[in-house]
Structure formats: C-alpha cells, structure tokens
Ligand binder design. Structure first.
Ligand SMILES: [Zn+2]
Length: 136
C-alpha cells in the first residue's frame, strides 16, 4: 500500500506551502459554514468555495507540472511575507510591551523601540535619521 502510494506520487509535485495553506483554509471555511445553519444559500456557497480550494490543493499536489506549481508557490510566498512580518512584529511588540514603547517614525514609518519610563526623549530613527520627541 505504502509502496503503491510512493509509486503513484513518483514524479508528482507534492505538498508545498501554498497547498498547505489551501487545505487548512478550506477546512476553516467548512467550519465557518457550520455557523450558517439557517442561511442555506450562504452555507452552500461557502462549502462550494471550500471544496474548490481543496480540489485545487490536491490538483497541485498530484500535478506533474513542477515549473507552474513552483511559480504559484513563489507568488503565494511573496504575497504572504509582508503579512507574516507584520504579525510577527505585532507579537513581539505585545511580548515586550511591559519594558518598551513602540513608535512609528513620522517620515519613513519604521517601528522604533524605546525603553519605557524614561520621560520625554529624543528619538532618532535608525533607518532614515529623522529625530522626534516622545514621552515614554
Ligand atoms: Zn525613519
């Protein structure tokens, strides 16, 4: 059985980040669809989208067109990176909120970290050199 599966998967693209995302997202949609118990039409649309995504993810996994699948995955990763970076920054800010205050540089929008409880301080942006005063 295991060998048969390995034989079947031979030369096929397999799982990647995009397919992983598509399968998780479609499961999430299926869970969400359960919330629309009374709105049958909304529910069926959500279920349909979920299955379409699931089928697309399996189509990608079993695909033999490596080049196209890799390009899709690269596009997905490029799209995801800034969002993931922002989420990571939010998590770090939250974890350090007791000891640090965070400010956005008024000119380049970089996030700057300043120790808390130092009174009014002059902050110089590490990225662009803009200086501004803030209370910490
Ligand atoms: Zn700046």
């Amino acid at each position: 059985m295991k060998q048969k599966f390995a034989q079947f998967m031979y030369g096929r693209y397999g799982m990647d980040e995009l397919s992983k995302f598509l399968s998780y997202f479609s499961l999430l949609l299926l869970l969400i669809s359960m919330l629309f118990g009374n709105a049958a039409s909304v529910k069926s649309v959500v279920v349909l989208i979920a299955f379409a995504l699931l089928i697309f993810s399996y189509f990608r996994i079993f695909s033999k067109n490596y080049e196209k699948r890799r390009a899709e995955n690269a596009k997905y990763l490029n799209f995801k990176r800034p969002i993931a970076d922002k989420l990571r920054l939010r998590r770090e800010m939250w974890a350090q909120r007791k000891n640090f205050k965070f400010f956005k540089c008024p000119s380049c929008k970089a996030v700057l970290r300043v120790p808390k409880g130092k009174g009014k301080v002059r902050i110089v942006c590490k990225k662009c050199g803009t200086a501004f005063e803030k209370k910490t």
